[in-house]
Design a protein around this ligand. Structure first.
Ligand code: HEC
Ligand code: HEC
Ligand code: HEC
Ligand code: HEC
Ligand code: HEC
Length: 276
């Protein structure tokens, strides 16, 4: 029979806060020698693989059992989620949507309409914090349970504010998708809403601020200048930190030639004064 106990993912320490903080502190931790590092990574891979395998065989979540049986648009999120980085890290439906995933579903075909409705409302219950399709601040709160730094960065940005104020800014899932999380192509995915995406690949799309707009216009002015100069990039760097290696090489070469000329001049002068 299906149902029953809570799936093993909780036992392997993938609860919201801990899973992320734990991962980070392991990676960033100082003084961890290399061998222990390698072992830790192997162990984590083992645990994760084991846990997913165990989950697949043991107790499917109520959400998955019912939505898969309903099929079509109900099941689509599940197929997408199974290809996501969240699935790999044991982040399940209820971690985002809330509700009670431990409800025993039983054989759906044998249920009466009332029984089905009772099971559904027990699983998708507001009392267990169920959220269907989040919008506005609710979307940010959903993701912030585990990605608080990313959410804060985006919420304070021009596009984040445009989203919260309902002014057409993209939400987290506009760019990343809700169930099969992807890293959006930049600037490809931006052209849905922006006509001119020149320079977009050079800014942080999660944190568009007045500073990035200024940065963009500098990039655009430079590109326009290069165009009028016959598309040859100028050799002198415009901004510090923008020197390409060939420019550095060229300047070093110039320096060497200059020093050589000075040396030769000194040599020639000394030679002449010797002759006198
Ligand atoms: C017994 C069947 C059943 C179970 C169990 C179940 N659902 Fe549903 N779910 C449905 C049906 C039917 C709908 C569509 C009708 C509705 O929204 O009431 C739905 C709709 C949804 C929606 C869309 C809501 C919206 O506002 O568009 C989400 C999200 C969802 N379910 C998530 C979950 C999650 C998460 C769980 C597990 C905690 C879960 N469901 C468990 C049957 C179920
Ligand atoms: C990472 C968080 C996250 C996880 C995990 C997640 N969802 Fe969702 N889900 C969302 C968000 C956000 C939306 C709203 C998407 C939108 O507005 O386009 C959503 C929407 C839905 C919808 C409504 C789809 C629609 O287009 O009407 C259903 C049904 C659903 N989820 C079911 C599930 C089920 C079942 C699972 C587990 C297999 C699951 N979700 C796992 C975040 C999540
Ligand atoms: C319960 C915790 C949890 C929730 C809630 C959650 N995530 Fe995640 N998310 C993770 C974990 C764990 C990973 C994989 C490890 C990592 O990259 O930090 C991840 C990875 C990601 C990645 C890939 C990051 C990368 O570097 O490849 C994206 C994008 C993402 N999540 C978006 C979202 C969005 C959007 C929401 C809200 C709709 C959300 N997540 C909600 C835990 C969560
Ligand atoms: C306009 C598109 C866009 C929106 C909207 C967006 N992201 Fe991102 N996100 C990206 C891109 C592109 C990256 C990867 C490159 C980067 O960070 O510069 C990224 C990176 C991430 C990462 C990886 C770690 C990090 O912070 O770089 C996470 C997690 C994430 N986003 C979650 C979210 C969440 C949660 C939201 C909503 C609050 C959100 N994103 C909104 C485009 C977007
Ligand atoms: C769903 C539509 C949407 C998508 C997709 C989108 N944006 Fe935006 N973006 C907006 C809105 C709305 C504003 C706010 C416009 C305003 O207030 O002037 C904005 C503003 C900006 C600005 C500052 C003003 C400007 O127009 O130059 C930049 C830069 C920007 N977005 C970059 C990006 C990048 C990079 C991506 C892709 C990763 C992206 N956007 C995807 C809607 C979108």
């Amino acid at each position: 029979m299906r149902g029953g106990s809570r799936p093993s993912r909780v036992d392997v320490d993938t609860s919201p806060g801990r899973s992320i903080a734990g991962g980070n502190s392991l990676i960033r931790g100082e003084g961890v020698n290399e061998k222990r590092w390698v072992w830790a990574v192997c162990w984590m891979v083992f645990v994760v693989l084991n846990a997913s395998a165990a989950r697949a065989e043991q107790t499917p979540l109520a959400c998955v059992t019912c939505h898969e049986a309903l099929g079509g648009a109900f099941a689509k999120p599940i197929a997408e989620w199974k290809e996501s980085v969240h699935y790999l890290h044991d982040i399940a439906c209820d971690h985002c949507h809330g509700g009670d995933a431990t409800v025993v579903v039983g054989n759906l075909l044998e249920l009466s309409g009332d029984e089905f409705a009772a099971i559904q409302s027990a699983a998708m219950s507001k009392a267990h914090g169920f959220v269907g399709k989040p919008s506005g601040q609710d979307m940010f709160s959903m993701c912030a349970r585990c990605h608080s730094a990313s959410v804060m960065r985006y919420a304070g940005s021009i596009m984040g504010e445009a989203y919260l104020q309902n002014k057409g800014g993209p939400s987290c899932v506009t760019c990343h998708g809700a169930h099969r999380n992807v890293m959006p192509a930049v600037p490809g995915s931006c052209s849905k809403c922006h006509k001119d995406t020149t320079g977009f690949a050079q800014i942080d799309p999660m944190n568009v601020t007045d500073a990035s707009i200024a940065q963009l216009s500098r990039i655009r002015i430079r590109l326009a200048e290069e165009k009028t100069l016959g598309s040859k990039p100028s050799l002198a760097p415009r901004f510090p930190g923008e020197m390409d290696s060939y420019q550095i090489g060229l300047m070093a070469f110039g320096g060497v030639v200059f020093l050589f000329l000075i040396g030769y001049l000194v040599y020639a002068i000394l030679e002449r004064s010797d002759e006198k």
